[in-house]
Design a protein around this ligand. Sequence first.
Ligand code: FES
Ligand code: FES
Length: 177
Amino acid sequence: MTRTSHTVSFTLNGEKKTFSTRPDEKLLTLLRREGYRGTKYGCGQGTCGACTVLVDGKATYACLYYSMQAEGRKVRTIESAGTFDKPGEFQKELIAAGAVQCGYCIPGMVMSATALMESEKDFSDEIVKEYMDGNLCRCTGYEKIWVALRRVLDRQEAAPAKKPATGKKTSSKGAKK
Ligand code: FES
Ligand code: FES
């Protein structure tokens, strides 16, 4: 495989960016090299969800997704979801529920939940599991994570305005199943 240097341009967390890359570089490697270290390396094989980012609103395993596939797309990482001082809604509920143990899985969980909340009208348990089942927690804190997510979803379900479905997971290589 060639290791010739290329560039890739995409919108990252709302800002247009251009990065050097190689045809064989994965998006996860690029992001972490460029300082977006909230996106975690877990298995590197598309099974744990620690590396989940959003690409055009779809939850995507950045460890499988080639950086050059992001050309012209909109990529969002956990850095877009909230900060330590201003956590997002789900992040606040995770803290309130005591759901964060080592925290390694949390960025991926938050990004999958973001895709769910932005895309679906129906937050039935089946739909929620479909979005979240690719995110594993090595500390096995699933129950509290579920409680935190359900609180946010119940509030969103009670809100009047809903967004059109756009971000369901795809089966293409590099995207979550
Ligand atoms: S690092 Fe485990 S799915 Fe990407
Ligand atoms: S909190 Fe440790 S892996 Fe989930």
